[in-house]
Write a protein that binds this ligand. Sequence first.
Ligand SMILES: *Cc1c(COP(=O)(O)O)cnc(C)c1O
Length: 396
Amino acid sequence: MTDFAATKALFHLPPGVVYLDGNSLGPLPLATPGRVAQTLHHEWGEMMVGAWNRAGWMEQPMRLGDRIGRLIGAEPGHVTLGDTLSIKVFQSLAAALAMTERKVILSDCGNFPSDLYVAEGLIGTLKGGHSLRVVDPNAVSGAITDEVGVLLLTEVDYRSGRRHDMAALTAKAHAAGALCVWDLAHSAGAFPVSVAECGVDFAVGCTYKYLNGGPGAPAFIYVAPRHAERARPALSGWLGHDAPFAFESSYRPGEGVARMRVGTPAILQMAALEASLDIWDTVDLAAVRSESIRLIDRFIAGVEASCPDLALASPRSAEGRGSQVSFSHPHGHAAMNACIAHGLVGDFRAPDIMRFGFTPLFIDEGDVDTAVEVIAKVMVDRLWEDPRYAPRGTVT
Ligand SMILES: *Cc1c(COP(=O)(O)O)cnc(C)c1O
């Protein structure tokens, strides 16, 4: 069991704000500044270059990778950290394509654009006659044919929160002779995941959303043990080499997933993530899931009772969604700006989606009720019509 009142007390939550955007950028754990300051002053400041050995900097990506591995149900030693998620998508897709003769990558239009863009870019680089087939999320299962080499999917749709059946789609892809790359950006820390039980080939995700690692936190990559010694690392950097400090002139891949490391790890970001993982180490993901469902069901009921103008844009059944819920409104962008001005932070996804993330580590029933009150005020008073709420920032 997890005591969510206790975990809430471990975060910096500005007063007067209900933060339903922890699925985009998780809030700051109170311990993070001290942990980063220690790395800055004690490790970088005092140990200087010696900190690579003395403070264990070089092992951070694998050590923290294992702590994330627990959250995604990976076998120990098969997750590493580094770079951004887009880069990890590139690496895993390139490795998967190198393991098959087939040329078709299958994805869906609910996938995050960066994942699709990376696939396009990789196809252009390979010049091997590959193609990207993008179908409706509901059509994925039926589109798994014997032409498909790699199934590239994000488990939870970033807009609607719709959740794919990772176990079933993976099994179907394998039966058809395809490999699977799963993006767990909206899964890791949102609910229990088991990449090992589902038999996924590659999995990737970021650590700044549900995992509260902070802006720019490193991404993670999992390579199934059965592929670990033969996966080809397309970005063959020196820290993925078997012996980086032998400074050999040609590349030999490192052991297992360590070959997916590229260059120097972002140590300050790793320190920030470490402070957050101290919290995650104590958390029971089954409890997170049941609390998230309880909060979301309460939220949906409250919004639907008070805001008839908002249309639920997420699956109604809890099994069919991740830990976020969306409503559509023709003036969703201005309406979300009005919510934010009234102390409810969610976000907007074009064209008309108002998105709210539920993160039981720091969101409770009282927050849900406050959120519903704010949305009801915005809707009943038609605040989206107020020109103050019209401007759009670069980031929505
Ligand atoms: C958030 C997110 C990304 C972002 O990738 P970065 O390289 O970290 O900016 C990529 N894919 C999915 C599915 C996401 O949700």
